[in-house]
Design a binder for this molecule. Structure first.
Ligand SMILES: Cc1ncc(COP(=O)(O)O)c(C=O)c1O
Length: 411
């Protein structure tokens, strides 16, 4: 059974052909994040706090050096080796050593992908058979739900504990494990809640995965973006589980290079070898210029990353202040990481309709919470990767819209 969610596009009148379309695709819904973006593009003057794209430019040194590479490297317009450029894989191995203290074989244990999106899709398609159950947190990233459904697996939602800051409820996790559990997909820090799994949570999940023989697929595009001097612990650091782990990473957020579409996977060599079949069928190889850009980001771009993190921290403080000024409309848990905040809509509005009304009437786009799983009902996700001016203008509009709405209700 697919997770029954609405489609903002269909609610807005977009037609979907049914005849001749595969059952697999018919039951999918485009991620509400992209839907809201698409709808927002059609309305002049909209401010989008829907999609998670950083406002920053790709580091100057990366763009400058890439320009030289484009002019002078005779290989730049040709297919890269399908597992990735050796120079990039070796730079990735050095990063994993620096960041997590782990030693990986760059020849055999790294696969360069078209973003973390292809990485997770390839991981799921590699291990999930039809009707297999895949555990996923709710709220969780909507594309993970779609990727499980595309593999004809069944997403099984583990509710996070909202009152405790959207943290893991281990008893709820254990409760969802069954004989059909094939994998768990985790996203740490979590999109959309910004909450973190602790080292203890991850060690407990690793013990359960070992005992019950399921895969751990981890998606960590925000591992660099944790606030208040908290440390990020990656499940990759637990050596005992590495044989059952597929870890997926992205260049999009950390280096402000989402348009380049590069990510990568760490997995055991014999797992990477199986995944190569899926990667070949889906993508063949990540774009060669983008792989050079990613190599340059790893060698030249680290100074910018600390600046990005400081800026995001200011934007987080701002959005929290602005939400505090709307106490009868929203409540929230302060995110520990990422640039998302997942707010509860206090009045009894349905979240899809609320998001569409806010888009059309206040001209501010956010993502309806139900898209992130059943626990997301009556919530919205705001992305605060926009500049402070844009965040302020979005909330000026929401405040005015909400006050008009209350006035017209009281008349
Ligand atoms: C949890 C998560 N995974 C994957 C992605 C996509 O990453 P990439 O651009 O590397 O494909 C995103 C983008 O928002 C994300 O939030």
């Amino acid at each position: 059974m697919a997770y029954p969610r609405q489609s903002a596009l269909e609610l807005s009148g977009f037609k979907m052909r049914q005849a001749g379309i595969s059952k697999r695709v018919k039951k999918l819904t485009v991620s509400a994040i992209k839907e809201m973006m698409h709808l927002a593009q059609g309305i002049p003057g909209v401010i989008s706090l829907a999609q998670g794209t950083p406002t920053f430019l790709t580091p100057h040194s990366v763009r400058f050096e890439l320009g030289q590479e484009l002019m002078n490297n005779p290989q730049i317009g040709k297919y890269a080796p399908f597992a990735g450029l050796p120079v990039l894989k070796s730079a990735i191995a050095s990063k994993l050593k620096r960041q997590h203290g782990i030693k990986v074989n760059s020849d055999t244990e790294i696969l360069v992908t078209v973003g973390a999106m292809e990485a997770v899709a390839a991981a799921i398609l590699t291990v999930v058979d039809p009707k297999d159950e895949v555990l996923i947190f709710s709220p969780g990233f909507p594309s993970h739900i779609m990727q499980i459904e595309l593999a004809e697996g069944r997403p099984i939602f583990i509710p996070l504990n909202e009152a405790a800051g959207w943290t893991l409820d281990l008893a709820a996790f254990k409760n969802k494990i069954s004989a059909r559990t094939k994998a768990v997909v985790i996203c740490n820090p979590n999109n959309p809640t910004g909450s973190l799994l602790t080292e203890q949570d991850l060690r407990s999940i690793a013990v359960l995965a070992k005992k019950n023989g399921f895969w751990i697929i981890t998606d960590e595009p925000y591992d660099f973006l944790v606030y208040d001097r908290k440390a990020h612990f990656s499940i990759l650091q637990i050596s005992e589980i590495r044989n059952q782990l597929i870890a997926c990473y992205s260049f999009s957020k950390e280096y402000a290079m989402s348009g380049f579409r590069v990510g990568y996977i760490y997995a055991a060599a014999d797992v990477v070898n199986q995944m190569l079949k899926v990667h070949d069928a889906l993508a063949l190889a990540a774009a060669t210029p983008s792989q050079y850009a990613a190599t340059l980001a790893l060698t030249h771009g680290t100074r910018e990353v600390s600046y990005f993190v400081k800026e995001f921290a200011k934007r987080r403080a701002l959005i929290c202040r602005r939400l505090d000024q709307l106490p009868d409309l929203f409540s929230y848990q302060t995110p520990a990481g990422t640039y998302y905040i997942f707010v509860k809509i206090i009045p009894p509005f349905e979240d899809y309709q609320f998001a569409l009304d806010m888009l059309k009437e206040a001209k501010v786009a956010a993502v309806p919470g139900s898209a992130f799983g059943p626990t997301g009902k009556r919530h919205l996700r705001f992305c605060f990767a926009q500049t402070e001016d844009v965040i302020n203008e979005a909330f000026n509009r929401i405040e005015k819209w909400w006050s008009n709405k209350k006035m017209s209700k009281s008349k």
